[in-house]
Ligand binder design. Structure first.
Ligand code: MG
Ligand code: FE
Ligand code: FE
Length: 172
């Protein structure tokens, strides 16, 4: 545990901080696996572009899990040690892909990112002026989640534009 490092945390209980970070840690693992499996099962129009995006996001979520777990350890805590605990602690849950169509997969993923954005903006607020190190980490993760939502929404919109163009060209 970082003794001097942790002495600079003010106005927030370290044990509360560890619990909050463990919930985010559970979210990141579930998001990682959701993207991982979505990239494997996705079908339909422009699925190659979707696979690139989903695979990239899976890697980002795993990197976020690493950042959060390292911070939990610095704070003297233990990251959740059993995958079962992910479901007990998660904020955003896990959306099992049931319909493998690219649009349905993208909708699930967009919903997940919107939950991640809400979760991290709360942690950013909570740590602001209290724990600068955690604040920095969660701010940078929040920026990634905002980018994720935007990437998925843009891809979703491209697919709809493509379908609309196709319909137009076929009716001519
Ligand atoms: Mg992306
Ligand atoms: Fe993430
Ligand atoms: Fe994300």
């Amino acid at each position: 545990m970082a003794k001097r490092g942790n002495s600079i945390i003010k106005g927030i209980e370290i044990s509360d901080l560890i619990a909050i970070l463990n919930r985010a840690y559970a979210d990141e693992w579930l998001a990682y696996y959701q993207y991982f499996i979505e990239a494997k099962v996705v079908k339909g129009i422009m699925k190659d572009a979707a696979i690139v995006e989903l695979t990239q996001h899976a890697a980002d979520e795993l990197r976020h899990a690493t950042m959060i777990s390292d911070r939990i350890i610095q704070l003297g805590g233990t990251p959740l040690t059993h995958p079962k605990a992910w479901f007990e602690h998660t904020n955003c849950g896990y959306d099992e892909p049931k319909d493998f169509d690219v649009v349905s997969i993208l909708n699930d993923a967009i919903k997940g990112e919107q939950c991640a954005i809400s979760t991290y903006s709360k942690i950013v607020e909570m740590t602001k002026d209290k724990d600068i190190v955690t604040y920095d980490i969660v701010s940078s993760i929040l920026a990634d989640e905002v980018e994720h939502e935007e990437d998925l929404q843009a891809l979703h919109d491209d697919i709809f534009d493509f379908i609309a163009d196709l319909k137009k060209s076929m009716s001519l």
